[in-house]
Design a protein around this ligand. Sequence first.
Ligand SMILES: NC(=O)c1ccc[n+]([C@@H]2O[C@H](COP(=O)([O-])OP(=O)(O)OC[C@H]3O[C@@H](n4cnc5c(N)ncnc54)[C@H](OP(=O)(O)O)[C@@H]3O)[C@@H](O)[C@H]2O)c1
Length: 305
Amino acid sequence: MTSNTTTTAAASGTWTLGDMVVNRIGLGAMRLPQTGTALVPDAVPRDRGQAIAVLRRAVELGVNHIDTAAFYFSSLRSANELVNSALAPYPDGLLVATKVGPARDAAGRWAPHAMTPEALRGQVEENLRQLGRDHLDLVYLRIVHDHDRFAERFGALAELRRAGLIRHLGLSNILPRHLEEARAIAPVVCVQNPYGIGAFPEQDQVQRLCGEQGIAFVPFYSMAGTRREDGASGDDEPAINVIARAHEASTAQIRLAWTLHKGAHVLAIPGTGDPVHLEQNIAAGAIRLTEDELAQLNALHDRTV
Ligand SMILES: NC(=O)c1ccc[n+]([C@@H]2O[C@H](COP(=O)([O-])OP(=O)(O)OC[C@H]3O[C@@H](n4cnc5c(N)ncnc54)[C@H](OP(=O)(O)O)[C@@H]3O)[C@@H](O)[C@H]2O)c1
C-alpha cells in the first residue's frame, strides 16, 4: 500500500478557502472520538492518546484543514476537545472547520436541529468554548433538505460573521438551489456534501457547480460511500482493485484520489482515528491516475449511480 512517510499533505496541492490557503488533503475528525460502526451513543470510545497522536501527526505531515463538529462525540470523547487538547495553541495557518444545525442531547441521542438565530448562536458559542477560540475559521450550516427557514438560518450565521465570531461560511448537505439562495445573503467559501465513486448524480451537479463558481467542494463519505457511518470496507469492485495494485495503493486511497482528480476545488477530509490510515490518506494526495484509469473509474461511477 502507498504509505510513504515522507509524503506530506502538500503533495495534494493547495486551494484558497476565503483568505486561508489549505492543502487539498485534510482530516475529518468524526472518527476520532470512537471506533466501531457509527456515531451513536454505544460506539466504542477511541483511545485518547491515539486520537491525539493522529491529530498531531496530521499537522506534522502538513494537514492544515481539520473538519470537526460539536456533535461529534462518544460517551467519553469529544472531537472538539481532542482537537483543542492536541493542537492548541493552534499553529498559524491551521483552519479548523465546524458545523452547526444538527444537535445531540447529553446522552448522545439526536435532538432537533437548531432552527432559530438564538439556537444557532448557541451552537457557535459551544464550538468556540470547546475549541478554545475567540472566532471560528469556517462554519458550515448543515441542513436537511426539507427544512424550512434556510435563508433565515443562513442569514443568522452571516450576522455572526459580521460580528466577528465566524471568519468564513460554508454549506453542507445542500441541493444546488441552496447555493444560489445563500450566495445572495453572504459569501460561501465551500460546500460539504456526500461524494465519491457511486454518489448520486445530483452530487455531481453540486460538485461541478462549485467548480464553476470557484467554491471549494469538500466531499464526505468518499471512502465509506453508501456504507456511510459504517465506514470503509474491503472493496469488492474489480476495476478499483486492479488500479490499486498498479499504484501499490489500497482501494480506499484510489477512491480518495478519484475525488481529488475531479478538480482543484475538491478538498478531501478523510475520516480516521488510525495512524496508519492517516498516512495512507495523505499519501493518496500524491497518486496521479492515468487518463485510462480515470475513464475506468468514471465509467464505474456512472454505472453505480
Ligand atoms: N457534513 C456532514 O453531514 C458529514 C457527514 C459525515 C462525515 N462528515 C465529515 O467528513 C469526514 C469524512 O467522512 P467519514 O469519516 O464518515 O467517511 P470516510 O472518510 O469516507 O471514511 C472513513 C472510514 O474509512 C476508514 N478509513 C479511513 N482511512 C482509511 C484507509 N486509508 N483505508 C481503509 N479504511 C480507512 C475509517 O476507519 P478508521 O478510523 O479505522 O481509519 C472510517 O471507517 C468525517 O470525518 C467528518 O469530518 C461530514
